[in-house]
Design a protein around this ligand. Structure first.
Ligand code: FAD
Ligand code: SF4
Ligand code: SF4
Length: 479
């Protein structure tokens, strides 16, 4: 083992500098600075090069983390980049927005008492260095193939699949109903976590590598699913999940009560320079308003922090469990608190108040009771605990379900689960329809970017195997 490693005893954990809350709320720029070479080397050198690296086991892409940490510690950056990009299509994106505390870093087994290695920030550093040095190049196809694949959805799952298939020489067309490439990377996740230029830089590279994009094209409306099947040798469904979950409450139909993704999309479009009517007319703009966000996941955290940056008068997050039981990343909660968000833990909305426009939220306090069959404590309302919060904008961040794809695509044979997610054979990634594959959130339900990438890469390998089997005259059916 290189003598540069195992420095966790003498070298403490450090994250890249975080901008001060008062400065960062003034814009939508990312809040973490980049490591410099010396910081990246010294943080990478803390790794103890475990025989069984739990960091790698718990990374959905099984990135070869110990090896690229060692290469970084030895300043062999090009090799580090080659290794890290061999398993991850978008390492600069995962390095920024993976919930590392639940994945690689959360499972780093440096001896008890020492904090984990800073893996995500080093992954970002490696890839940003590679971009600066010109090592990240568009795909160069050595042998073009005649066969083509149609991919529905330009989010991380669709793009990761497109990248692998194009490298293998296939003609790849990605269809998306949005006008930009990236799915939730571009219109869901705010710039303070992932700047838009990072997504656009990747989209340009993919296009230069010969992947074709047909944007503003909704499959099922502008092009039928049959037409798509006729155009391509295989089809990948990577459409994500977009049906916002709702809540039944008196006053839920009042003006000023909006779904989270409408709100975030308007803000992201604004940052991208678009003219957004519902932002300009105030409907999806928090400026000067008392804002209440209902929900406790990462989407809720993105909404509260966006509202702070839009100069809301006050921002309150209403969540029915306590801080320890929040589904959102603890790091994001901490960031939100630093930025001035008021958390009302153990509180649930009871009614929305107002005549035409929302003027407030009546909420009740919650007590966490005995655990149910899932092991989570059941929230119970405390009688007589009503309290009111002023609100001119209420944002519903309650999660997402899949749209009804069999109806949308007029494909009654497309089997879906009782939650509406597309069913696949996990070995072949194929749906019940031969030659039609699926990947990402539409299969897993609302998940993570890194899982989308993993699924997209796996699906691409299976699509290749399917097409090659077809060419040999063998047929492969979903089991
Ligand atoms: P998507 O990214 O949703 O992409 C699907 C694409 O399909 C979209 O572009 C859509 O326009 C297109 N599409 C859908 N139907 C059609 C059709 N009929 N025709 C043509 N195109 C169609 N994950 C993290 O790891 N870290 C985070 O910090 C994080 N933050 C998040 C914040 C928010 C607000 C949200 C909503 C999600 C966040 N996630 C995060 C989750 C992550 O964004 C998703 O898990 C991931 O984007 C799923 O990738 P996907 O490719 O399956 O779907
Ligand atoms: Fe960690 Fe995500 Fe990178 Fe894997 S892809 S090493 S989980 S930051
Ligand atoms: Fe290094 Fe931690 Fe991974 Fe072990 S678990 S190889 S110490 S990063």
């Amino acid at each position: 083992m290189a003598e540069k490693m195992l420095k966790f005893i003498s070298q403490s954990k450090a994250m890249p500098d975080k901008r001060k809350a008062k400065d960062r709320v003034a814009d939508f720029g990312e809040i973490y600075a980049d490591f410099n070479l010396q910081e990246a080397e010294s943080q990478a050198s803390r790794c103890s090069q475990c025989g069984v690296p739990f960091c790698q086991v718990n990374c959905p892409l099984h990135n070869n983390i110990p090896d690229w940490l060692m290469l970084t510690a030895e300043n062999r950056m090009q090799e580090a980049y080659e290794l890290s990009s061999a398993t991850n299509t978008f390492p600069e994106i995962c390095g920024r927005i993976c919930p590392q505390d639940r994945l690689c870093e959360g499972n780093c087994v440096i001896e008890k008492g020492f904090e984990s290695v800073t893996i995500g920030a080093v992954e970002k550093y490696i890839t940003e260095t590679a971009f600066e040095e010109g090592w990240v190049e568009p795909i160069k196809v050595t042998g073009e193939r005649d066969q083509s694949v149609g991919i529905i959805g330009a989010g991380p799952a669709g793009l990761a699949a497109a990248d692998i298939l194009r490298r293998k020489g296939y003609q790849v067309v990605v269809y998306d109903r949005y006008d930009r490439v990236g799915g939730l990377l571009i219109y869901g996740i705010p710039g303070f976590k992932l700047e838009k230029e990072i997504v656009e830089r990747r989209a340009e590279l993919l296009e230069k590598g010969g992947i074709q994009f047909q944007l503003n094209c909704e499959i099922g409306r502008d092009v039928t699913f049959e037409e798509l099947q006729a155009r391509h040798d295989a089809v990948l469904i990577a459409t994500g999940v977009y049906k916002a979950r709702d809540i039944k409450l008196p006053g839920i139909g009042l003006n000023g009560v909006v779904p989270a993704l409408d709100y975030l999309t308007a803000s992201n479009r604004k940052s991208l320079g678009d003219n957004v009517a519902d932002f300009e007319n105030g409907l999806l703009n928090a400026a000067g308003k008392n804002v209440v966000v209902i929900g406790g996941g990462d989407t809720a955290m993105d909404c509260v922090r966006t509202a702070i940056r839009q100069e809301a008068k006050s921002v309150t997050c209403l969540y029915r469990r306590d801080r320890a039981n929040m589904p959102g990343s603890q790091r994001e909660v901490e960031n939100a608190e630093e930025e001035g968000v008021n958390f009302q833990w153990l509180s649930a909305p009871h009614a929305l108040l107002g005549d035409n426009d929302v003027r407030g939220v009546r909420a009740r306090r919650i007590h966490l009771g005995q655990p149910d069959e899932t092991g989570r404590q059941v929230p119970q309302i405390i009688d007589g605990s009503d309290f009111d919060i002023d609100a001119d904008l209420v944002i519903k961040a309650l999660g997402f379900d899949p749209e009804e794809l069999p109806a949308m695509f007029e494909q009654k044979d497309l089997a879906v689960s009782r939650w509406g997610t597309v069913q696949i054979d996990w070995k072949t990634m194929m749906t019940q329809i031969p030659g039609v594959f699926a990947a990402g959130d539409i299969v897993r339900g609302a998940s993570l970017v890194v899982w989308g990438i993993r699924d997209g890469r796996d699906a691409a390998e299976q699509i290749d195997a399917f097409i090659q089997a077809e060419l040999r005259g063998e047929t492969r059916q979903a089991s």
